[in-house]
Design a protein around this ligand. Sequence first.
Ligand code: HEC
Length: 230
Amino acid sequence: MPMHRSIASIGVLSSLTAVLLGGAFLGPASARADAGDLNAEAALVRRGFEIAPVPLNLEGKNAALVGFGSYLVNAVADCNGCHSAGPPSEYMPGGNPYFKGSPPAVLNQSTYLGGGRNFGSLVPGTPAIVSRNLTPDRTGRPAGGLTFEDFLHVLRTGADLNHLHPNCSATVTSNCFPAAQPFNGDLLQIMPWPVFQQMSRRDARAIYEYLRAIPCIAGPATGVLHNDCF
Ligand code: HEC
């Protein structure tokens, strides 16, 4: 598995760096600290598996990346906070941590990362912004069959590869952003890509690997975002 190899080589590189830096400049204590960091990463992978709210299909996946990706998605980046169907169905009945009595959170698996949360219009007269389905489709690729390079491109640039809500023009007149508005209709709105674009390629790869491992949720029945599970 190429990913295993590159993880392994990152490990080797880090250890080499630790040995070189530790030995030459910083002394053995910092070398020990660096080795401790590698252990800390293994702990994050384990934590990721502990907190994944859905069964994971690890077949043909790099398990360490899936675990780390789960940690990023479920403990750090809150993808499901926007990519569920919305607050009323994000948690199971009795499992909404915002309710009185502070019930322990129990996520609703049937909406988990399935998209469809409607954020409404940014300003009146512009298209409603609705989160998208991030689960894998029949190809096994997440978010409507995105390859990793496309997924990375989306996180880095915010490009809307589905062109759902373009800028209005002489030929595009429906579900578009009027010229008087400052919004760039070719870019994803609300989606925090200006923050996510700062994450490392490897973190993005881990998130992608995790999204490949979660169960498919069938998307809207029709349209460009149609998502088939079989
Ligand atoms: C603050 C809310 C929010 C958060 C948090 C969020 N997203 Fe999004 N995301 C959106 C919205 C809304 C859209 C659709 C935007 C639009 O239509 O303009 C979107 C679109 C996307 C797309 C484009 C899908 C496609 O089919 O092209 C991807 C990929 C994506 N998000 C991945 C993620 C991942 C991965 C995370 C967590 C690391 C995440 N998002 C967290 C709101 C969010």
